[in-house]
Ligand binder design. Structure first.
Ligand code: SF4
Length: 362
């Protein structure tokens, strides 16, 4: 009887926190807010958790309808000058086979993607000096002139303001640059000393000033992440007001300094997707490949928790295994652009429809 009463109380408190988040998109100020967040992230109250996901899903439905946007992901280079401790394509990892796609190969991926119904292409790669600004701009111009009804998202890391401007002028619409953590100390534990959170934040501000639809994000369960650092991530994102947020579970890659670390969990990622949806109702929120990697139905569960974007892989099949940000990454079946019909069926099973649409921020 007493435990039922306690459970009922907890449920009531959770509902109050969630209802307030739906209206104010923010937790209480100060320590009280952190406690509210902690409760949402750690509660075992099933009713409360169901309510959180339901409210997040309803929020996305109200703004975007029962549709899911698709983005064709083109991983065009796995060379990188950086050495982020968590990343499988870091410079010092000499156990992977490096590759670059040519200008024509990238255009070929877009051609294939367009036929499949993709109207956004995401060009993602490491920070690779081979791809000079001129090369990137020429790729962008060709994509935009061949496919004027498509959007292009770049995800190629930290660049100068001038480079960002040049890419924008050449036709890039969106830019995804995960901030990784909004906590200075945590940032230093994930990156070598030549990288800084201050520079990353400055890049994000510049992207927004230039006029990009800008996205940030982080890994759930990255080494040294705490309740406090996660809370700082949410506060940062609430202030930054991103157009997109990319979050997925941290998954270790064995040839990195974090190769032995524990992976992030499905449960925590889903809770955070829902909280982010309620704090940033209009945000474009992918159910990431990493989520699909740690659970067979990760993508669908992500959608039911508030995500509204999926990014199947459009890279040529022979290089997909080499873009090894983490181990066991999936790149066949519904994760591959070729599996679009299967993906579409899976989404319709949970009541959602994949659309042929740029899927801009509303
Ligand atoms: S996370 Fe990005 S910048 Fe860091 S090593 Fe990997 S590809 Fe390079």
């Amino acid at each position: 009887m007493n435990s039922e009463k306690t459970e009922g109380n907890e449920r009531q408190i959770l509902i109050e926190i969630i209802d307030k988040l739906c209206v104010e998109h923010m937790f209480k100020k100060g320590r009280e807010g952190e406690k509210e967040f902690e409760m949402l992230l750690t509660t075992q109250n099933e009713d409360g958790l169901r309510y959180l996901k339901r409210k997040a899903r309803e929020t996305a439905d109200r703004i975007y309808g029962k549709i899911i946007y698709i983005r064709g992901l083109i991983e065009f280079t796995n060379y990188c000058k950086n050495n982020c401790f968590y990343c499988g394509i870091r410079k010092d990892n000499n156990r992977i086979q490096r590759y670059r796609l040519s200008h024509d190969q990238i255009l070929e991926c877009c051609h294939k993607g367009y036929e499949f119904g993709f109207r956004t292409f995401v060009l993602q790669g490491g920070e690779d000096a081979y791809f000079t600004d001129d090369k990137i701009c020429s790729i962008l111009s060709d994509i935009k002139s061949n496919y004027p009804d498509c959007a292009v998202t770049l995800s190629i890391g930290e660049k100068s303001r001038e480079s960002y401007q040049a890419f924008f002028d050449a036709g890039a619409d969106r830019y995804l640059l995960r901030h990784e953590t909004a906590n200075e100390e945590h940032y230093k534990k994930l990156h070598p000393s030549e990288m800084s959170l201050a520079n990353r934040k400055q890049c994000l501000s510049q992207l927004k000033e230039i006029g990009y639809q800008a996205g940030c994000g982080f890994m759930v369960g990255s080494p040294y992440q705490t309740m406090q650092t996660l809370y700082e991530d949410l506060i940062f994102m609430r202030e930054f007001q991103p157009h997109m947020v990319g979050i997925g579970p941290f998954i270790p890659q064995k040839d990195t300094p974090f190769g032995e670390q524990k992976a992030g969990t499905l449960d925590r990622t889903l809770r955070l997707l829902s909280i982010i949806r309620l704090m940033n109702p209009h945000v474009l929120l992918p159910a990431t490949t990493a989520l699909g990697t740690i659970h067979l139905r990760g993508r669908e569960l992500g959608v039911t928790a508030g995500a509204n974007v999926v990014m199947p892989n459009l890279s040529p099949a022979k290089v997909r295994d080499n873009y090894k940000l983490y181990d066991n990454k999936i790149y066949t079946g519904v994760e591959a652009a070729e599996g679009i019909t299967e993906l579409s069926n899976k989404m319709s099973e949970i009541g959602y429809q994949i659309v042929t649409d740029r899927g801009d921020f509303r």
